[in-house]
Design a protein around this ligand. Structure first.
Ligand code: HMG
Ligand code: MG
Length: 283
């Protein structure tokens, strides 16, 4: 049987978070339900962050309360602090994610603290998540370059990735937040990382600024990664990364997976419904 590749759908969170106009809660719920019906097993539904910082995610609890949960689907949310974790537990999330940056400039812009300080907030999140039986995913942003600090050294990425794993994250999603990666730079990063971290602990999170994201998924597959974040219809961006475009389109990731002979378990026809909702949001 062909190797399975997991697609982690982040459209309802990463795809929507930077949109200026408030997307109706019911539309978000419809989008998540359509993604569940298409067979996505990992759906990042929302984030429990400060509504002052990300107003689009202010209805996180309502979104979680409104979705129709499909069996076998893990509904995830971002939690930057203990308050976010408590809200995610109350809302019935199946897993949560902490998010750090590999550059100080982006950490400050996104979390209002240094990288080390952000880890200080993660420790109690991890403890409480474990007590509540929730798995915790780690994100590491700006792994190739930062919009404030420039190129990120591979050694720095490796060090913070190891720290997230030591903390107890089950995998670390490596964010090319501003889509600065080229196949050569991303290949060199994986060469360095894989000397110290196993490929099964890593996921790829590529933003498609220069149309390179599909090629980067291929490079990552070649390095043994089997988990990729994607956003239905290519919705997306980050409110604290100027110029960050959408995540790679879910359909584009599925095409690369299929072309490489891997299996993904997603019903492409059913995905069209979610794509229509995403197109309606972007219009
Ligand atoms: P702060 O201003 O330093 O903290 O923000 P604070 O404690 O002073 O809180 C500010 C206000 O938010 C207060 O309300 C708090 O009560 C409230 P006020 O008194 O002003 O009315 N607050 C909260 N409300 C709801 N839920 C919470 C919460 N926490 C505080 N959990 C903070 C620090 C971390 C809260 C803030 O910086 C924040 O929320 N940041 C989140 C930014 C964000 O969501 N960015 C996008 C996601 S990351 C991303 O997109 C990258 C990724 O896709 C990977 C990649 O592409 O690289 C993952
Ligand atoms: Mg992102």
């Amino acid at each position: 049987m062909a190797d399975h590749v997991t697609v982690f759908e982040v459209g309802p969170r990463d795809g929507l978070q930077s949109l200026g106009a408030q997307v109706p809660t019911d539309t978000k719920i419809d989008l998540i339900d359509a993604l569940s019906r298409a067979g996505l097993k990992k759906i990042e539904a929302t984030s429990f962050v400060s509504p002052r910082w990300v107003p689009q995610m202010a209805d996180a609890a309502e979104v979680m309360a409104g979705i129709t949960r499909a069996e076998g689907v893990s509904y995830a949310a971002l939690t930057p602090n203990l308050r976010g974790l408590e809200a995610a537990v109350a809302a019935g999330c199946d897993e949560v994610a902490v998010f750090a940056a590999a550059s100080e400039g982006f950490s400050r812009a996104n979390l209002n603290c240094s990288i080390e300080e952000s880890f200080g907030r993660f420790a109690p999140i991890m403890r409480q998540a474990q007590e509540n039986g929730l798995r915790v995913r780690g994100y590491l942003s700006t792994v190739i370059a930062c919009p404030f600090d420039g190129p990120t050294p591979a050694e720095t990425v490796t060090r913070w990735t190891e720290r997230l794993l030591e903390l107890g994250c089950y995998e670390v999603s490596l964010g090319d937040t501003i889509g600065a990666g080229q196949p050569e730079t991303v290949g060199r990063l994986f060469d360095a990382l894989l000397e110290r971290v196993p490929a099964e602990k890593l996921a790829g999170h590529f933003h498609d600024t220069h149309g390179q994201a599909g090629a980067l998924v291929e490079v990552a597959l070649d390095h043994g990664l089997r988990s990729f974040d994607a956003s239905v219809g290519g919705l997306g961006g980050c409110p604290y990364a100027p110029g960050a475009p959408g995540n790679i389109d879910t359909r584009a990731v599925l095409s690369v997976i299929e072309a490489r002979g891997f299996e993904h378990g997603i019903d492409i026809n059913a995905l069209q419904k979610a794509e229509r909702i995403a197109a309606g949001i972007s219009a």
